[in-house]
Design a protein. Structure first.
Length: 157
């Protein structure tokens, strides 16, 4: 067990070559609305189709650059697939302390160039350099309403 404060799976992110094409497959076979919005994130240089299946957020992630995070992952493995699972935690600092006490190493966030807990659009996140069978591990302490307002204010959103 990673930590007693892991609440749930926040999202599962899949590395795909083409978010729109991958979304078409999910719409065809699983009933995901075909008009699901594909978001572009300039800071991380990704396109992401976001939708919910069975209470879990799915992210179909396409790098906008040939050397991007998801393109590189696909190239290394030779196929698209589950890139990482993000676990929602109550207290990211406690979760990281527990993980590191048990041998975890923090990975640098490629978009933010920060290792360890730092603000992201949905909450405070951190990535572990240890994977679980080839699946990367992300931890997220989802923002409270006030923390989200502060983040958006700082970002000019």
């Amino acid at each position: 067990m990673l930590s007693e404060n892991v609440k749930s799976i926040k999202h599962m992110a899949f590395a795909v070559r083409d978010a729109k094409a991958a979304l078409t497959t999910y719409a065809q076979f699983l009933g995901v609305p075909p008009d699901t919005v594909i978001h572009e994130y300039p800071m991380s240089r990704t396109r992401v189709a976001l939708f919910d299946l069975g209470g879990i957020e799915y992210q179909l992630c396409e790098s906008m650059d040939a050397d991007g995070r998801f393109s590189e992952w696909i190239r290394e493995r030779g196929h698209e697939g589950l890139h990482h699972i993000c676990y929602a935690v109550d207290d990211i600092d406690a979760a990281l302390e527990h993980a590191q006490a048990n041998g975890a190493i923090l990975r640098m966030c490629k978009a933010c160039r920060v290792a360890g807990s730092h603000p992201h659009p949905e909450g405070f996140v951190a990535f572990l350099d240890n994977d679980a069978g080839g699946i990367e591990i992300e931890l997220m302490q989802v923002y409270s309403a006030e923390e989200l307002r502060q983040y958006q204010e700082v970002q000019g959103i």
